[in-house]
Write a protein of this length. Structure first.
Length: 231
């Protein structure tokens, strides 16, 4: 990590926790919780904000709603209204202990050292901000709740698409005391790394177990790390 780094901007899936946690645990949990939620909360004010955010044709009935959610989840579509709903469905699982984010072993110790060094930690994920906070509040780390160590949370709603440079420029502007060049973005997604670089940030590709294989071209063009301990 360069000596001038003041802000570390982190992706989540495939960067701080395994992709399998999201696709094999979180997504199925939401789909399992959905029918009961629709049966008991469809007309409730608490659920209305999530229901009404969906396109009208898919919010016309419980059946249409459920079918659309299942289709989007199967295709891993990063629709903001789906991500918001998933966070709502995951909340009970986190609170009851059924869900706990399995961080890679280097993550919690590095959070602690960044805090000691005065480095600001910020999160940027396609998952909604509430879902991000739930994940970091319920981890297998020590401490289990890392939210107090995180200065900001960004998603595709408050920042924009993760493969567009303008999104990273918008995030950097939230920290006016730090130039974009003093922000380090870490992600397993090469296109996101390239977008961050176009915005003037430092950015490395994170290679974790279970991630997609990196091309030879990506390895030549970007610094690749396997652990935050390398920073």
């Amino acid at each position: 990590m360069a000596a001038t780094t003041k802000v570390v901007l982190l992706d989540i899936e495939g960067t701080v926790c395994p992709i399998s946690f999201v696709k094999d645990i979180l997504f199925p949990y939401a789909l399992q919780a959905l029918p009961g939620t629709l049966n008991t909360q469809w007309d409730s004010p608490a659920f209305a904000r999530y229901r009404d955010a969906f396109p009208a044709e898919h919010a016309a009935s419980r059946e249409a709603f459920a079918a659309h959610v299942e289709d989007l989840t199967r295709r891993d579509v990063k629709a903001p209204y789906l991500k918001s709903l998933q966070g709502y469905l995951w909340e009970k699982g986190y609170q009851t202990g059924q869900l706990k984010a399995p961080l890679f072993p280097d993550v919690a110790p590095r959070f602690a050292s960044w805090k000691r060094e005065g480095v600001t930690v910020v999160i940027y994920s396609s998952g909604s901000v509430p879902a991000q906070k739930l994940l970091f509040a319920h981890t297998n780390g020590d401490p289990a709740d890392l939210v107090p160590d995180i200065a900001g949370f960004f998603d595709t709603v408050n920042a924009g698409p993760k493969t567009e440079a303008a999104s990273y420029e918008k995030i950097a502007a939230r920290f006016p005391e730090d130039l974009a060049g003093e922000c380090l973005f870490l992600s397993d997604n090469v296109k996101e790394v390239e977008a961050a670089k176009l915005a003037g940030m430092q950015s490395f590709v994170v290679e974790r177990p279970g991630n997609a294989e990196l091309s030879a071209e990506a390895r030549q063009q970007h610094r690749v790390i396997q652990s935050f301990a390398e920073l």
